[in-house]
Design a protein around this ligand. Structure first.
Ligand SMILES: [Zn+2]
Ligand SMILES: [Zn+2]
Length: 263
């Protein structure tokens, strides 16, 4: 049995819980330690049961609470070499917890196997993660990626649950208030995934047997949860797939209280 809960998900803070029978892990710690602790309490998880934190990259919406939360509970942190170097330079590492490079072979924590893959983003060395639970369910998280590369796709395919970025609506971004260089950065191959690009990926995945989706890392300025949801649901209806029959799809970071999914 796998447990999954997006505790926080948006351009302003990301943190996801994945657990098995004997404890869990976090992917990112992008909000304050107090908020992480509160959200974990809401789903009945003690910080002591978090075996490790896996960081996708060094942007603040992924590491804001890392130093305090990991330090307070002595939780081990894993990330790419590039991300750890960036965190060191930003003074985000501490002698109160250990931080280690995760190799491409992955690592086992609390009975789960966590394997990283490269994403395409304007940070030092960003990773997504596939998590294999003890009963061999696979959960894959791919956010902060301008495009879905072949490598990322190979990790998404075959997953039982996928959390994928549906960051922005392209027209909202283009017509919105962001300065031109920022718009160009977000739209680039090393920026963020649009609703449209997300929906194309989700369609491929449903065709290959994945049936549980969480749309994640929505922009507050350039997207609406309903728009992200509808873009994917419409694309899926074009291939004859019906929501809640052929697949389930939710938008992360919308409900006021975190909801645990057990599957
Ligand atoms: Zn980022
Ligand atoms: Zn981000």
């Amino acid at each position: 049995m796998a447990r999954f809960c997006p505790l926080f998900s948006s351009s302003s803070g990301n943190c996801t819980y994945i657990g098995g029978a004997s404890g869990g892990i976090l992917i990112d710690a992008g909000v304050s330690a107090a908020r992480i602790t509160g959200a974990l309490a809401d789903i009945g998880v003690e910080p002591e049961n978090i075996g490790a934190i896996f960081v996708t990259h060094e942007h603040s919406d992924h590491i804001n609470g890392l130093r305090v939360f990991a330090g307070r509970h002595g939780i081990k942190v894993y990330a790419s070499e590039g991300t750890l170097t960036a965190l060191e330079e930003m003074n985000c590492l501490s002698d109160k917890y250990s931080a280690e490079v995760i190799t491409r072979d992955g690592i086992s924590v609390n009975g789960m196997r966590i394997v990283p893959f490269r994403t395409s983003h304007d940070s030092r060395e960003s990773f997504g993660y596939s998590v294999f639970t003890p009963d061999d369910r696979r959960v894959t998280i791919a956010t902060d990626t301008g495009v879905v590369t072949e490598e990322t796709m190979s990790f998404l395919l075959g997953s039982d649950l996928v959390m994928i970025e549906s960051n922005h609506d392209i027209a909202m971004l283009q017509n919105g208030p962001y300065p031109y260089p920022l718009k160009r950065r977000i739209l680039s191959d090393r920026g963020h995934l649009s609703n449209e690009a997300c929906s194309q990926t989700v369609t491929k995945l449903v065709n290959n047997g994945t049936s549980r989706f969480w749309l994640a890392h929505l922009s507050r300025e350039n997207n609406f949860p309903d728009l992200a949801y509808q873009t994917s649901v419409s694309a899926l209806s074009m291939i004859g797939a019906s929501i809640n029959k052929d697949y389930v799809l939710n938008v992360a970071g919308v409900s006021p209280k975190p909801e645990m999914v057990v599957f």
